[in-house]
Design a protein around this ligand. Structure first.
Ligand code: NAP
Ligand code: ZN
Length: 352
């Protein structure tokens, strides 16, 4: 076991503050990374503030962060995929049982025994896992991804969660040319959803509460932008969509968006507001509409997404911040003031 620097929160109402945490010494199958960049996901904020208490209570102190890009510093004797000096990435998962039907079909994100990068029981050290707001991490090689060499590293980190969480449902529901696709919310996930849906050939419509994001939405790849608080603009699209991806982080009226779907239209939730939804059965029955959810993606699909991004030169739009600004970034996330992912330059933690 060794110690590394990190930022942690001590309670739901505490800010993130400098801390020192333990990491295991790499076992035969482990890869040790020096973390270079870590994206700031709204899930980090939900977890730090214990907003998912009823489903996934937070254990304190919490070290969030699951959009990790780094350089390999050492590898265990059985590691074949990486060597010291390689660039590598870690996302939302760091372990799973490997034997259940979900793991066997490369859907590790649906394994009943999955281990999240933070706030999951740590079977090596006890306590809970600690995430990427830190200088170093040790992860089983099966959960470490290869980073395309042509991509900017800070802009690549958000692909590990915002990227795969939007790529996976857009692929699963076969978003492609000829489909009209809605993206709800232009934050970290939403802006990646726009980029992927456009890259897959769809007609892309962004729904936003932020008038200041309209020009950016078009620049990022949207064909149309709807201000969701403008009833007239909303009414124009009722009953016309094939697929809608809901990335909104706060409570909102999902039914208003179900109305946007045409016959056999489908809405997938990836956003995780803390309160339950109220959905009238009539909204689904009327046009054989359906509603589902989707969680990140499996390891093979995450690598596929990274390789797709490498081939298409596609990354996140990031505002790079030092770790000392992370509490401010959280406040800005709550005001939807993000363009479009905060990414922490982890070298800033070394100078503390
Ligand atoms: P984010 O960057 O904060 O973006 C969320 C966006 O939602 C905001 O920028 C805003 O977009 C919109 N929004 C916020 N409050 C709203 C409201 N009251 N009504 C309507 N729209 C509102 O968050 P993120 O990191 O993209 O994460 C989004 C959600 O996905 C979070 O709940 C997160 O926990 C969840 N998530 C799920 C998974 C998964 O596997 N399913 C993975 C990662 C994250 P506009 O300014 O355009 O309105
Ligand atoms: Zn995330």
């Amino acid at each position: 076991m060794y110690q590394t620097r990190a930022y942690s929160a001590a309670s739901p109402t505490s800010p993130l503050d400098p801390d020192t945490i333990p990491r295991r010494d790499p076992t035969d199958h482990d890869v040790q990374l020096e973390i270079l960049f870590c994206g700031v996901c709204h899930s980090d904020l939900h977890a730090v503030r214990d907003e998912w208490n009823s489903v996934m209570p937070t254990v304190y102190p919490i070290v969030p962060g699951h959009e990790i890009v780094g350089r390999v510093t050492s590898v265990g004797s059985a590691v074949t995929k990486f060597q010291p000096g390689d660039l590598a990435a870690v996302g939302v998962l760091v372990d799973s049982d490997g034997t259940c039907p979900q793991c066997q079909s490369n859907h590790q994100q649906y394994c009943p025994n999955l281990v999240f990068t933070f706030n999951s029981p740590d079977r090596h050290l006890g306590g809970v896992t600690y995430g990427g707001y830190s200088n170093s991490i040790v992860v089983d090689q099966r959960f470490v991804l290869r980073v395309p060499s042509n991509l900017d590293l800070a802009a690549t980190a958000p692909l590990l969660c915002a990227g795969i969480t939007t790529y996976s449902p857009l692929r699963h529901w076969r978003v492609s040319e000829g489909k009209k696709v809605g993206i709800l919310g232009l934050g970290g996930l939403g802006h990646m959803g726009v980029k992927f849906a456009r890259a897959f050939g769809a007609h892309v419509v962004v729904f936003t509460t932020s008038p200041a994001k309209v020009d950016d939405a078009l620049r990022l790849g949207a064909h149309e932008v709807v201000l969701s608080r403008d009833v007239e603009q909303m009414n124009k699209h009722v009953g016309t969509f094939d697929f809608i991806l809901d990335t909104i982080s706060a409570d909102h009226d999902v039914n208003a968006y179900l109305q946007m779907l045409g016959r056999d239209g489908h809405l997938t939730m990836v956003g995780l507001p803390s309160n339950p939804l109220t959905i009238p059965a009539f909204s689904l029955v009327a046009k054989r509409r359906s509603l589902s959810g989707s969680s990140i993606g499996g390891l093979a699909e995450t690598q596929e997404m990274l390789d797709f991004c490498g081939a298409h030169n596609l990354t996140a739009d990031v505002e790079v911040i030092p770790i000392q600004k992370v509490n401010e970034a959280y406040e800005r996330l709550l005001k939807s003031d993000v363009k479009y992912r905060f990414c922490i330059d982890m070298t800033s933690l070394k100078s503390e």
